[in-house]
Design a protein around this ligand. Structure first.
Ligand code: ADP
Ligand code: MG
Length: 306
């Protein structure tokens, strides 16, 4: 007997909903959340489609974790503190191993990011997962894309290009040294949403975005929204030992500049503020428009597979 929609929900999804902001979780027509006084609700949604955003044979725990991390990353980019999330699951069948392992991935992310699962939707169809996250930002100080100023310094958290390297490895386009293999796969499947950093940057960063589509593309969004130019120096990009060890180093730089899926934060700070721990200065803001990088031309002519 295939599981009914209601047994799926009660077996795999209804126990992950406790949290400070939750008045009412799974089981009624809506969840009820508390918002702290003088805060605004920050909300964002991301959909991952099998075969498009993750390989069809990906381990379900990774799919569950990654779906939450990707959505939570948008809260991080606004400096929002996490309140709760909802999950819409579309699945072709009610495979119990798959559901169990998927919900374990959700559960890990629920505790790591303090995002209780308070509701969702469960339907039959081609595998896809939509996560909507809810967070709270103090009134008037959310980190937006549009506040970077001439003279600000540009920073990123963590290292860049690892997820693209991990994906290249998954797709047999690159064979990293064995000691780096797990690290790279983890950086693709288990990105870290930088929620703590986002909150730390409130009131300090003039603009912020999470790097989901590639540094140059996402920095371009800050430039456009702020009406300034972002000048990025390729020599300053933070690269992991795994990427530094790549025998074709130019490809590592290309991943760091153009590869997506890292979910690090890119932000701008006034020049007199120092960078939070774990962040690296990668350039500066000047008057003008768009993004400039000393390597842009080489990359555009050298490689076209992104
Ligand atoms: P409705 O028909 O009122 O939309 P559903 O029958 O779809 O309600 O869902 C019943 C309850 O289970 C609701 O509280 C809903 O939010 C929750 N729910 C459904 N699917 C999921 C899921 N994948 N994860 C978490 N909660 C879910
Ligand atoms: Mg429903």
């Amino acid at each position: 007997m295939p599981l009914s929609e209601f047994s799926i929900i009660s077996r795999y999804f209804s126990s992950l909903g406790r949290g400070e902001a939750v008045d009412l979780g799974v089981g009624d027509d809506c969840a009820l959340l508390r918002l702290p006084p003088d805060h605004r609700l920050a909300t964002s949604m991301d959909t991952l489609v099998s075969g498009v955003h993750f390989p069809k044979d990906a381990f379900p725990e990774n799919i569950g974790y990654r779906a939450v991390a990707v959505a939570a990353s948008d809260l991080a980019a606004m400096g929002a503190s996490p309140l709760a999330m909802t999950v819409a699951l579309t699945t072709p069948d009610a495979d119990e191993f798959w559901l169990n392992t998927f919900s374990q991935g959700l559960s890990i992310a629920v505790s790591q990011y303090q995002l209780p699962l308070v509701g969702g939707d469960t339907t039959r169809g081609p595998l896809a997962i939509t996560v909507q996250v809810f967070g709270a930002v103090p009134k008037d100080v959310a980190l937006l894309r549009g506040g970077a100023l001439d003279g600000d310094m540009i920073y990123v958290s963590g290292t860049l290009g690892d997820a693209a390297g991990g994906l290249a490895f998954l797709q047999d386009r690159w064979q990293p040294a064995p000691e780096h293999a797990d690290y790279l796969l983890n950086r693709f499947y288990r990105p870290t949403a930088r929620l703590g950093l986002g909150m730390e940057l409130l009131g300090q960063a003039t603009a912020a975005i999470d790097v989901s589509d590639g540094l140059l593309a996402d920095a371009g969004h800050i430039a456009a929204a702020s009406g300034v130019k972002l000048n990025i120096e390729s020599g300053l990009l933070p690269l992991s030992p795994a990427l530094i060890s790549h025998s074709h180093f130019a490809e590592s730089l290309e991943w760091a500049l153009c590869g997506g899926d890292d979910y690090e934060l890119c932000f701008t700070l006034p020049a007199d503020l120092s960078a939070p721990q774990g962040c690296t200065r990668i350039g500066e803001v000047t008057r003008g428009s768009g993004v400039s990088c000393d390597l842009e031309v080489d990359i555009a002519t050298g490689y076209r597979h992104f």
